[in-house]
Design a protein around this ligand. Sequence first.
Ligand code: ADP
Length: 623
Amino acid sequence: MALKQFKAESKRLLDLMINSIYTNREIFLREIISNASDAIDKLHFISLTDEGARRDFRILITRDREARTLTVDDNGIGMSAEELESDLGTIAKSGTLDFKQNSTDGNAAEELIGQFGVGFYSCFMVADEVTVISRKYGEEKAHKWVSTGVDGYEITDAERETSGTTVILKLKPDGSGDNYSQYLEEYTIRSLVKHYSDYIRYPIITDVVKYTDEKTEDGKPVTRTEPETLNSMVPIWKRRRSEVKDEEYKDFYMDNFSEGDAPEKIITANMEGSVSFTALLFIPSRPPYDYYTKAYKRGLKLYSSGVLIMDTCEKLLPDWLGFVRGIVDSSDLSLNISREMLQHDRQLSEIAKALEKKLLSELAKWLESDRAGYEKFFSQFGITLKFGAYEGFGMNLNKLKDLLVYKTAKGKTVTLKEYVADMSADQKDIYYASGSDAVSLGSLPQVTAVVAKGYDVLLLTDNVDEFVIKLMNAYDEKPLKSVSSDTLDLSTDEEKSAAEKKTTDNKALLDEVKEILAGKVSEVRLSSMLGEYASGLSAKGELSIEMAKVLASMPGNEKIKAQYVLELNPDHKMFGLLRTLSETDKTKFGRLCVLLYTEAMLTVGIEPENPGEFVKLVNEFIG
Ligand code: ADP
């Protein structure tokens, strides 16, 4: 077969890697071993039902100093000629590499390698020629794939006794500070296997030199070589938590979940019950790059007695814990689970239920014991929990409500429980303000007014926040109240009757304003809570301004609008002007009404329909 070119993306990536942007070359061995282990997993799985597939599974590493080759051989499932072509000939089939194609930055390339699991290609960081001889299980013929890197690869017929794959690396020559010969040393291989691949569940064997008791004639010790298993093989999740270093968990996580960062939290669980299982779970430090896309696969790796059954079992986690990564191993699941999934639904949902409970209690503990850590986590994944609280009309609300934290106008970050605990005796409601960012919310006139009373205000800045709050309605019997609701009234009885009087006195004027703004606002009234502002906006009824904004941004909902109430500040000089104009200049009066209305809209973050017109109005009244 003629020399074939790598697909374009592969070529670019190979270039990046070979030009040693990847700082940690030694990972090539981990990558090849992981591939070998995956291939054995696949055959192991088949072997449970197919006698013929049974093997003494192992991964063999051979070092040949003279030939300068390092060989990794597995007796796994192997690859057919087509698979050699498709799996080793292309790296990222989707072309998703484009977004970083111009990158020459080392870190970006490293991230890229991690993201696409382009493990096999890391061989070219240490080898100038790579040969893969493979025979697929169930096939008679074997094939050989040879490549010297960017130039391309060649596939020819080959011989191999059993199914499996042999990867032969012809190491690059040493020089200018590069020591590739180290990968021919027993010591290096032993420590790399221990470091990266200790939990691989099949023996990784290499010939090692052993000293015997005998001595040669000239007194030197006699040595012999014998095969030795280098890894301890016990899956990391089967080991006691106290016996595993965090560093090992971290390595396991980074190797198995294509993560570039250490996990934020490690959770282990050992459950006994109608379905027993072991779980090793991780909370990432930040959302993976594809977390908010359809490409993100939620779920955990599912093992049955150490054999991988499914890479991402969705059923094990609810959507709102979709950020959790990890593995579940249960000996109660029969192995043909992937084929007869339905039959196992009950067992899986029992595991899922137990996991949910465990994770909820871990999150609660985290919130209690390490506030800064929890808040960091919440800043990354809180939104997922909030969506969970809203999902299904709040069916999980009770489980989640105490895990939500909010920023407040007084600069704190609180749970609802803490907010309530801090409420003064005369405060009846829990106040919240909803908008796109905490800073502008903090300067809303209504927020300032509530804070001036000594009360704090929850600042809701995620779209979903207010929907959750509305579902909750009250916390600990304290009503949750929007500061932008037209029913917000903090005044004393005295202030109230004074305000009522003012409203009656100005009724005609307010009606006139309402008429001018017909179709825009459903009510115009006076408010004593506007501070330095001449006007403000609140909403009547259930639909708040923010919720209407969120809903209207969804396709088909463009017409949704809150019922606006325009509030005017009777103590502001603009109000005096308004009154004067209503008697002296009706045209200018009409323009001032529009100006005050637009200003009120701006304070709640709604842009004027016609900004140019607004600017003209402002200038007119400044002048
Ligand atoms: P990844 O392992 O992340 O899929 P790799 O580049 O390491 O990416 O490997 C590409 C594919 O080549 C693997 O998914 C697998 O299908 C195949 N492969 C690699 N090594 C082996 C092997 N030793 N035995 C069988 N298949 C292999």
